[in-house]
Design a protein around this ligand. Structure first.
Ligand code: ATP
Length: 304
């Protein structure tokens, strides 16, 4: 199937400021793309260009097969979006806001409003004036509006910002459900790795306007797998003992051995016992996870 999003050599400058430079990205149906970058990296600029809100200085963009630009009619009926703090009519209730959105978006079923209210868990606030909502609930209202017309593609700028930890989990599972069970493709930005890490099937890291890393499912899986590190006096002998016992074991740096099979990670004591019985006791045993956060910080030169 065709790419849902196609960005080719996109650049955007504001005078001397090069907000985004030569960014190319192709997104397939069903992907959940986490667009990760520090403040000012160029995320919002890219998202605005995707939605046709700004004109690229160079490059071209296609969304759901349509060229994005002033001339094209665009695929907007099939796109849901949330950009920066979502606006709402402050004196109207949550329900009324969504009802207006429903009519504007030409959604015929009147029950669509009730359905998204329940999906986003904002039933207790349905009659509340939108202007009195907390940041988190305003964000939920924005998301409800974004999915009201059941779009094929969701473009979300910092969708979980302002939500408390429970809210982050809630929205994450909603997005996961939309993706897995309804085939929705999701492009979401964040400046916090943990917000996209659990959900994304692919993560792109943007830094100073450039896409400097594009991690696919397999590369992410490597960051998410755990390993058992065993430090020994005699790595050659210890390797042989563990290998003979059927463990998948590789030599690490110095006197380190690294085991990545489930058996070793779940029962490190068995590894220890084996080495002790062979008179090669381990000096140290530790389960480690390659850390995506460290990788991100390293790439972007940030600090914790
Ligand atoms: P944040 O997480 O803070 O929202 P971001 O990754 O979304 O950051 P952008 O908003 O895309 O970053 O901004 C990228 C760069 O472009 C920044 O240096 C910003 O100051 C600059 N910029 C964005 N919009 C404009 C504009 N309209 N005029 C001038 N400079 C702009």
């Amino acid at each position: 199937m065709d790419n849902v999003i196609e960005i080719n050599h996109f650049s955007k400058s504001y005078g001397e400021v090069h907000a985004v430079q030569d960014l190319s990205l192709h997104l397939q149906p069903g992907e959940i793309f986490g667009f990760l970058g520090l403040n000012g990296a160029g995320k919002t600029t890219t998202i605005r260009a995707l939605l046709g809100m700004i004109r690229p200085t160079a490059g071209s963009i296609r969304v759901l097969g349509y060229p994005v630009g002033p001339a094209g009619k665009g695929p907007w009926a099939r796109v849901g979006y949330l950009v920066e703090s979502p606006s709402a009519y402050p004196d109207l209730s949550v329900q009324e806001n969504l009802e207006i959105a429903r009519r504007l978006q030409g959604v015929e079923s009147p029950s669509a409003v009730d359905e998204v209210i329940d999906l986003l868990g904002i039933r207790p606030y349905a009659r509340r004036k939108a202007g009195t909502l907390s940041t988190g609930n305003r964000q939920r209202l924005g998301l409800a509006r974004a999915i009201l017309h059941r779009p094929d593609l969701l473009i979300l700028d910092e969708p979980v910002s302002g939500l408390d930890p429970a809210g982050v989990v809630e929205v994450r599972s909603l997005l996961e459900d939309l993706s897995l069970n309804h085939g929705v493709t999701i492009f979401m930005s964040s400046h916090i790795l943990t917000e996209v890490d659990r959900l994304a099937t692919r993560i792109g890291i943007i830094h100073r306007g450039r896409l400097i890393e594009d991690l696919d499912r397999q590369q992410l899986a490597r960051f998410r797998t755990r390993q058992l590190e065993v430090e020994v006096h005699d790595p050659v002998a210890a390797w042989q003992i563990l290998h003979n016992a059927g463990y998948r074991v590789e030599k690490g740096q110095g006197q380190l051995l690294v085991l990545d099979d489930q058996r070793a990670i779940e029962a490190p004591e068995e590894v220890a016992t084996l080495l002790v019985q062979a008179n090669k006791p381990p000096r140290r045993l530790a389960t480690q996870q390659q850390n995506l956060e460290d990788h991100f910080i390293e790439l972007t030169g940030g600090s914790r």
